[in-house]
Ligand binder design. Structure first.
Ligand SMILES: [Zn+2]
Length: 161
């Protein structure tokens, strides 16, 4: 009847196709918090939207993703692609791994991308006490600077490849 029912055929986005989203994805450093995971990647699928040929998603290394595609045509601000990609990455990672991600090292709860003054950071709702208000523990590209919960019994073996 129609091509529309053909199986979807995800395509790996090649370098240079969506430079703003690629740069933003490079900032969303999954390995900084989940060192066993391969980097996220951009996948393109034929679009349901007649205005464009394909939709781009943020996927795990194995090609799985959750949530909505990245919306092109955001306001002309350098922060917007970062916020959009971080949001999509969070949805994919937290839904597919069944865990909050990324997690505030101080409060142990999931954080969300938040934009203020042209900067995008990971926003944490804070603690229950008024002395622990909402805060932005890390810029989107700085998850490796987050305070980590102490894990005295777990040795890091970073030198192994
Ligand atoms: Zn926090």
């Amino acid at each position: 009847m129609s091509d529309i029912f053909d199986p979807l055929d995800p395509r790996r986005v090649q370098p240079g196709e969506y430079p703003l989203w690629e740069e933003a994805l490079a900032l969303v450093d999954l390995a900084a918090t989940l060192p066993d995971r391969e980097p996220l990647r951009l996948l393109a699928l034929p679009s349901w939207d007649e205005g464009r040929s394909e939709d781009v998603y943020v996927a795990m290394a194995n090609g799985e993703w959750q949530g909505n595609c990245l919306e092109p045509g955001w306001p002309d601000s350098p922060a917007h692609p970062v916020a959009a990609v971080a949001d999509a990455a969070q949805e994919t990672v937290s839904e597919l791994l069944w865990q909050a991600w990324p997690v505030c090292g101080e409060h142990g709860i999931g954080m969300h991308p938040h934009e203020a003054d042209g900067q995008v950071g990971w926003w944490c709702a804070g603690g229950n006490s008024p002395r622990e208000p909402a805060h932005v523990p890390a810029a989107i590209g700085a998850l490796d600077t987050l305070a980590r919960p102490h894990r005295p019994n777990r040795k890091r073996r970073r030198h192994e490849r």
